[in-house]
Design a protein around this ligand. Structure first.
Ligand code: ATP
Ligand code: MG
Length: 350
């Protein structure tokens, strides 16, 4: 069976952007592929290596896994694991670092934004290199497919380059993984910003209670030129209508709202009330399942523990292939053989 690798940084709860960008594809494909879902805590260290952030990994991981379970990821068929508990990824990361140039990394989009939003004046070495670590994540279980949001597309492209370079230079160890971007490649934020993102505070979390969703929708950015309900408005790119298109099943209602919006015959209040209703209808079953899973003591921890054990085996197998392909295993074995022989000879002599 072919494999999937994707995951999330344990920086907080998952939001509807994560859902449309990556989670839906994971749920849809989890029985067609052997899935590995990484809780990427080492990636969190690239912008937040402080002790206080590390202390939050446990709780955030728990939140992420509850979100996974709530949207339908099934730990009986999918492996969920903690990145930092599988040390082989550090080793593979270092090996891959030799196969990528600094200008290649500097050309990747989004890297400077990450440094800026983390309020870092200068680029830490680890942040510059995080796409390489991501390649190590993907290739550690030798994944074939990577379901991610648009912002990660360029990283998968670099992973393909690394896999090709490794296979060409040493031996065929890695598949060349394909990227799978969600139906909504990048979901806009509630503030109209290009991307919904925790750090921008423009999110609707999958676990937000109904009244919070209502408040967030009521405060959403719409067409700023529309000062009154009788002014014709723009639907295209308007976040309220983007969300209607994605989350409101009632297409007749959505088309009617759009028509009246364009003609200046509907107020923002009605458009938002109907969106709130649709969002909550979508989120209700997710919230219910999440609450039920949260009741089960030790469930999440058992899932992460078992998944990490499974991943450790895969990681050991891959690294053994990697060391063999590169000839590093041979160097060490040669030294060991000669040392053992010398030990035997000296044992005979004494
Ligand atoms: P945030 O910016 O909210 O902290 P993130 O991008 O740091 O989120 P990651 O853990 O890096 O979160 O991303 C998890 C997955 O969700 C990635 O595949 C990413 O592409 C996807 N994703 C995140 N935000 C969005 C969005 N607004 N639209 C579509 N996909 C998204
Ligand atoms: Mg990201």
């Amino acid at each position: 069976m072919k494999r999937i690798l994707t995951g999330d940084r344990p920086t907080g709860k998952l939001h509807i952007g994560h859902y449309v960008g990556s989670l839906t594809n994971r749920v849809r494909l989890q029985r067609e592929y052997e899935c590995y879902f990484i809780i990427a805590d080492l990636h969190m260290l690239t912008t937040r290596p402080d002790k206080a952030s590390i202390e939050e990994i446990g709780r955030n991981s728990r939140d992420i896994v509850l979100d996974y379970l709530a949207v339908g990821i099934d730990p009986a068929v999918s492996t969920i694991y903690l990145q930092s508990a599988v040390p082989e990824v550090y080793e593979l990361n270092l090996i891959f670092e030799m196969l990528v140039t600094v200008p290649r990394l500097q050309r990747l989009p989004g890297l400077k934004d990450m440094a800026r939003s983390a309020q870092l004046n200068e680029m830490p070495f680890g942040l510059l290199g995080y796409p390489i670590l991501q390649s190590a994540d993907i290739l550690l279980p030798r994944a074939h497919l990577v379901p991610v949001g648009k912002d990660n597309e360029a990283h998968v492209e670099m992973t393909r380059e690394i896999a090709r370079r490794f296979n060409g230079q040493y031996d065929e160890v890695f598949p060349i993984p394909d990227v799978l971007v969600g139906d909504v490649p990048t979901l806009v934020g509630t503030d109209g910003g290009a991307k919904m993102s925790k750090s921008l505070d423009n999110t609707i979390f999958l676990s937000d209670p109904a009244d919070v969703v209502e408040r967030k929708v009521r405060g959403m950015y719409t067409d700023p030129n529309r000062v009154r309900a009788d002014v014709p408005g723009t639907v295209e790119g308007n976040p309220v209508f983007v969300y209607h298109d994605v989350f409101n099943d009632n297409t007749v209602e959505v088309e009617d709202l759009k028509e009246r919006y364009r003609a200046g015959r509907v107020g923002d209040v009605e458009v938002k009330e109907k969106l709130t209703r649709a969002m909550n209808a979508f989120l209700d079953p997710i919230r219910e399942r999440r609450a039920a899973f949260a009741e089960e003591k030790g469930l999440v921890e058992s899932i992460i523990f078992a998944g990490t054990q499974r991943m450790k085996e895969e990681a050991r197998a891959t690294l053994s292939e990697v060391r063999k392909a590169m000839g590093l295993a041979g160097v060490w074995n040669g030294i060991r053989r000669k040392a053992e022989k010398a030990a035997k000879i000296s044992a005979k002599e004494h």
